[in-house]
Ligand binder design. Structure first.
Ligand code: HEM
Length: 188
């Protein structure tokens, strides 16, 4: 199944911030929605004020057994009623990254950048899902999605700031940071 994010005029999530972090941005839209779909259907009409990005929730590439057990023990699932804030951060890494071997990438990703060890403390406050799209011919390699409650917004800024200063991020050549909000599902 594909997960398709659509930036458009309407959708479950209201866009609150839309920042090109590195490389080409995307058209800022007032709303964001996501759907599961068995196919990446083409839009009926090309549109200048909307966009679609597709990805697949795939198997892990770098996680080792002990890390997997820790993650599974503490992570939260998507869709918590109190998690009314979210972030969609599409990321593309450089040719230099993809030229490395799996072992070399793991060394940069974890031994040097501590992507997992350093981020673990943000669980379960931040719920996350990684979607892969490099092999789908999409403009980005990854769509990263995070959900959290308003009280954890500062914590999320700290996490993103920390990751962007790592060696891993030297290989990021395109990144867009889209922040959204919705009504709390448990409100009123
Ligand atoms: C909430 C804390 C976070 C945790 C626990 C976490 C954990 C992980 C783990 C375990 C993987 C490896 C998956 C695999 O083995 O294939 C991963 C990959 C990734 N994460 Fe995070 N992450 C967090 C936050 C973030 C944030 C805030 C961003 C973006 C700003 C991000 C961007 C990515 C990307 C792009 C990948 C794919 C890297 C690649 O395959 O080259 N992560 N993350």
């Amino acid at each position: 199944m594909f997960t398709i994010f659509r930036g458009g005029q309407s959708g479950a999530w209201r866009v609150t911030r839309f920042a090109p972090v590195k490389g080409a941005g995307l058209v800022r839209t007032p709303a964001l929605s996501s759907v599961y779909s068995a196919s990446i259907a083409l839009p009926i009409l090309p549109s200048t004020n909307s966009w679609r990005l597709a990805g697949i929730a795939s198997h892990v590439r770098y996680v080792e057994r002990a890390e997997k057990e820790k993650l599974v023990a503490v992570q939260a699932g998507l869709g918590r009623p109190e998690a009314s804030l979210a972030a969609l951060i599409p990321i593309k890494k450089s040719a230099a990254w993809w030229d490395l071997t799996q072992e070399e990438r793991r060394r940069i990703f974890e031994d040097k950048s501590q992507h997992i060890a350093g981020s673990m403390k943000y669980l379960p406050a931040i719920a996350r899902q990684l979607y892969h799209c490099r092999d789908l011919g999409e403009p980005f390699d990854f769509l990263t999605w995070f959900e959290f409650e308003p009280g954890h917004a500062d914590m999320f800024e700290e996490l993103v700031g920390t990751l962007r200063r790592t060696e891993e991020w030297n290989y990021v050549e395109r990144e867009v940071d889209i922040r959204v909000e919705r009504e709390r599902l448990d409100a009123g």
